[in-house]
Design a protein around this ligand. Sequence first.
Ligand SMILES: *Cc1c(COP(=O)(O)O)cnc(C)c1O
Length: 365
Amino acid sequence: MTKLPVSITQSKIQKAKPNPEELVFGRTFTDHMFVADYDEEIGWHDHRIVPYEPFELDPASIVFHYGQTVFEGLKAYASETDGKIRLFRPEQNMRRMNESCARLVMPQVDEKLALDALNQLLEIDKEWVPKAEGTSLYIRPFMIATESFLGVAPSKKYRFMIILSPVGSYYKEGIHPIKILVENNFVRAVAGGTGNAKTAGNYAAALKAQEVADQEGYSQVLWLDGVERKYVEEVGSMNIFFKINGEVVTPALNGSILEGITRKSILELLRYWNVPVTERKISMDEIKLANENGQLEEVFGTGTAAVISPVGELNWNGDKMIVNNGETGELSKKLYDTLTGIQTGKLEDPFGWVVQVKSDLTTHA
Ligand SMILES: *Cc1c(COP(=O)(O)O)cnc(C)c1O
């Protein structure tokens, strides 16, 4: 494996590790971070692992004004059984980051070297991978445009960073269905826009609808297509699946939907199990009709954070569709157990999805 020359500055302090019971998403960060800088003339340089701390940027940095930035999200899992740390399809995240970069006119990173950097960072902060059931270390690679310039043009300078955050179990009281509000007014993305890139602007555009949904007691928004407000796209940070009369359907990738790695894995798993599954356009009218006919068997979201999130209620224009009596469906549960089992090394990995981090907890603790 290619080894990236990385300078390492050890943190002088070691922060106290949080109580795994009290971990909340995205609030705690480990002792170190990875940083590399890019310059048009010399490319990527100064690869380094340094203490996790704030850094300075010029107020005119392009990222602050025009949102030229991309990010990724994946997890490292520690196994209590064999002490190993595992990553789930990390090469897919690096590939997707480069695709997002291409859309935002940002430089490519060498995917193998980025993975090697991540490996080295995990080696240093391995004690931070929580071991309790359902917990993991969330990994956030991201790139920002750092040139100071108020003109609207692609930056000539960038910074690529990886930060790590231990996260608790998404389902503290066991897997349970969420309520979703179908959004008819606001739009997240349109084909030709940046919906299929993991870039900040998409999330800023989504905040208002999320606020309204929160106020009405719904945990997520289901986005419809931006042209006709007729076809289902995806949920906040999850892709969406429907089981209708024995067949699993999910919206086909259309340029405005983010291609989730969990989505892709679920499709592969379902095909492996010979469950009928189709990627196509799905209208809300079709969902409503299926629900009325008693054929809407299950609805679930898929994403790195929750893995599988069953949906118990869909509210479309005040019309409340209750799915599977508001309970977790059989297939949703089976997909959740299988995917989390593969990710944590409890189940066999017939697809070769899981990558072991070089370090392991037993030999280096
Ligand atoms: C990250 C993300 C997803 C899920 O992608 P995964 O790779 O499965 O985590 C889905 N939709 C949006 C908008 C996202 O940002």
